[in-house]
Design a protein around this ligand. Sequence first.
Ligand code: NCD
Length: 326
Amino acid sequence: MTLTGRSLVSILDFSNEEVLAVLDIAEQMADALGWGDEAETQPVAPLDRILATLFFEPSTRTRMSFESAMLRLGGSIISMADARSSSAAKGESLADTARIVSSYCDIIVTRHPEPGSAQTIAEAASVPVINAGDGHNEHPTQTLTDLFCLRRHKGTLEGLKVGLCGDLKYGRTVHSLAPALARFGCELTFISPPALEMPEEVTEKVQELGAEPRVTDNLAGALDDLDMLYMTRIQQERFADPAEYEKYKGIYVLDRRLMNQAPEDMIVLHPLPRVDEIAPEIDDDPRAVYFEQARGGVPVRMALIALLLGIVEETGISKRSGLAEP
Ligand code: NCD
């Protein structure tokens, strides 16, 4: 098994074993960053590699955590500040852009509104490509970040009971997360209004991987024995008709009352940004781990970049002298 030189377009591009290797290296990266110590960061040796971000859609956490991860590895970043206003606006194809940008860097991170765009970019590029979201299709690095947080709290990814709630139709995070969880043998409950149900092709994928998801629109009724509840935002920007969005916004609000009904060890994750689906009143509930989850985006992306660039081995980070061995 080697991840060197590979791309990550769909979460299923990596086997369970490879996913676990990323998470293990991410744990070592978190140690190298001094998580748990008072001084959070440790200096690293400069790394002669360049990461390019190619973002055709807005992003805060994903882009900044990728940039932070590359800088923490000692590398450099270049980015198309606003890809929508650059050569794409002159009519350049995505494949041409990918070909050119890959001659300027060692690895590309891309986000684009079109499903399948990351695959197009990966096929045209001569360097590894990481999909940071292709429309409503997938968001595999969010899944790695989710699994990192989940495993830290539950000690395993195997056989957990997980509820995915919100906009399962347009939410790309759950399109990557559900298959990943199914492949680890988790029991899934899909919680959404019927109009925002999990797309059939994702449900079929999950079934092929051995899961038989429960489907409901009732959040309160689904809480009883969950290990993890994954809340998502209603994806306003993907509704063709604004009136449709108005119908569903605010449909689920996880508040103190619902948390009182939930199991004592049920953790709550959210890819963020949240709008109104999690009431701030539960932020200080120890089960609410979404901010910690977001923080994990840096060591996870450090691990992924380092593995794809071949600057660490799946067995550990010792190969790279600039990073402290845990
Ligand atoms: C998610 C996304 O972009 O799909 N955000 C993120 O990357 N953390 C979730 C969302 O926008 O709802």
